[in-house]
Design a protein around this ligand. Structure first.
Ligand SMILES: NC(=O)c1ccc[n+]([C@@H]2O[C@H](COP(=O)([O-])OP(=O)(O)OC[C@H]3O[C@@H](n4cnc5c(N)ncnc54)[C@H](O)[C@@H]3O)[C@@H](O)[C@H]2O)c1
Length: 422
């Protein structure tokens, strides 16, 4: 039976009310008001209400262990992508700061994301076990500092893996994935798997994957949501499937169609490109990428030294070199050398990895040597300009390892100040 009337399409749609269980499942009630006008009934108009009920299934329940520069950004961004996230740290002060609604680090757009998702899709906890129990994917984002011989110190990763395993052993009710987000040497995934099995996690109830992080401090949120590439490394199909689901809003482009998203930076690839590899390849991609970028910096610093001695302009040389698409201009800025919590330790760790594998990666020795000399060259320049430093007052603008961040770990500015004050 036809109902002879014309529905006026301009409906008034309310966003709806949401009722959610803590597991993330719930219902959204959306109310539409519409009007209908019978064909002959000029001026007659009926209004009615349509209620639509949408069942909400959470995308993925995610835990991020370690709430530092990487973990906190990753947790906030996963929540932004629609996942239910628990962000964990064993530093009780950090968790208290986060629960109070403050942001412990300086990172553009992070306060906005935390304010948007805190208490809804993003929660904080001091318990690895509780977070593991509630999650399908557990990302490890703790520090991997250098040990005395240059190798990465994996003791934090091991400690967290043990706790995750104990939680899985106590609640082996569903399949989970443990994902290395921290920068780790090749084959760490095997070490994590071994620790987990030794601590009672049933072999068929979990997989270990590598999902290295390429964000840069200062633009970390934008880098995470608009990545050059997402690398997921795993050796089982069901693990790859779950990782793909986590990043789907970026790889199918649906995130970019939402309102109020983090603004798009220049020259980004949308949707994001995903590269699926073995776990070992993913681990190597991260170390090799950081070592290569450090090499680019040392290379242009060495070119700058030659330019200075012959009176050429390194800025012009950089322009000319960078115009070749095979080389590119990015990361070709001469300066006081690379610093920060990643490049120095990652170059050393990659050098140590190669040594273990029986390859003498001498190129990396030169990269580190040029970097050390670069700071000395800078100090020499200051001395040449001022002659005697004793009794002179010098101002140093900024101690962070680069602009846009508050991170002073391994900053070249700190030994630089010490050298100047000697
Ligand atoms: N900072 C970067 O720009 C960057 C970029 C890419 C990759 N990475 C890698 O990511 C990893 C983390 O780096 P970061 O800069 O975020 O380090 P960070 O020191 O800022 O954060 C690490 C956090 O882990 C917490 N933690 C340590 N042990 C823990 C435990 N047992 N349980 C719970 N929490 C624990 C610490 O309290 C700290 O808050 C490193 O491997 C690093 O190389 C860093």
């Amino acid at each position: 039976m036809n109902f002879p009337c014309r529905i006026i399409p301009s409906m008034d749609v309310q966003n709806g009310w949401t009722v959610r269980h803590p597991c993330g499942r719930g219902l959204r009630l959306i109310v539409l008001t519409a009007s209908a006008v019978p064909p002959m009934g000029a001026g007659l108009r009926f209004s009615f209400v349509v209620v639509s009920v949408v069942i909400i299934t959470p995308m993925v329940r995610v835990a991020v262990i370690g709430s530092g520069y990487v973990g906190l950004v990753a947790a906030a961004c996963f929540a932004e992508l629609g996942h239910e996230v628990i962000c964990v740290d064993n530093d009780a002060r950090k968790i208290a700061v986060l629960e109070r609604g403050e942001t412990p680090i300086h990172e553009k757009f992070l306060p906005e994301l935390l304010a948007r998702h805190r208490g809804h899709r993003l929660r904080f906890s001091g318990s690895v076990k509780d977070a593991t129990r509630a999650s399908q994917a557990i990302f490890i984002a703790v520090g991997t500092p250098p040990s005395e011989n240059g190798e990465a110190d994996l003791s934090y990763v091991e400690a967290v893996s043990r706790e995750i395993a104990q939680a899985i052993a106590a609640h082996p009710n569903e399949y989970r994935i443990v994902v290395e987000k921290s920068t780790v040497p090749v084959d760490t995934s095997q070490g994590v798997r071994r620790v987990m099995e030794l601590n009672g996690a049933p072999t068929d109830q979990f997989d270990v994957a590598s999902n290295p992080e390429f964000l840069r401090e200062g633009t970390a949120v934008t880098d995470f949501l608009y990545p050059d590439r997402i690398v997921i490394g795993a050796d089982s199909e069901r693990c790859i499937t779950l990782l793909k689901k986590i990043y789907e809003p970026l790889t199918d482009g649906s995130y970019y169609k939402n309102k109020n998203i983090i603004p798009e930076p220049d020259e980004v690839q949308i949707p994001a490109r995903l590269i699926a590899t073995s776990a070992k390849s993913a681990e190597l991609i991260k170390h090799a990428s950081n070592a290569f970028l450090a090499m680019k910096i040392s290379f242009i610093n060495a070119v700058a030294a030659v330019c200075e001695s012959v009176g050429a302009d390194v800025g012009q040389v950089r322009e000319g070199m960078g115009a070749d698409v095979r080389i590119g201009k990015r990361f070709l800025y001469p300066g006081v050398g690379y610093g920060g919590s990643c490049f120095p330790k990652d170059v050393k760790a990659f050098r140590a990895v190669a040594q273990h594998c029986g390859y003498d990666f001498r190129l990396l020795d030169e990269v580190m040597k040029i970097n050390d000399e670069q700071r000395q060259r800078f100090i020499k320049k200051v001395r040449n300009a001022l002659w005697i430093l004793k009794g002179k007052r010098l101002a140093v603008l900024g101690l962070a390892f680069k602009g846009g961040t508050d991170d002073i770990r391994d900053s070249q500015a700190i030994p630089g100040c010490r050298d100047l004050s000697r």
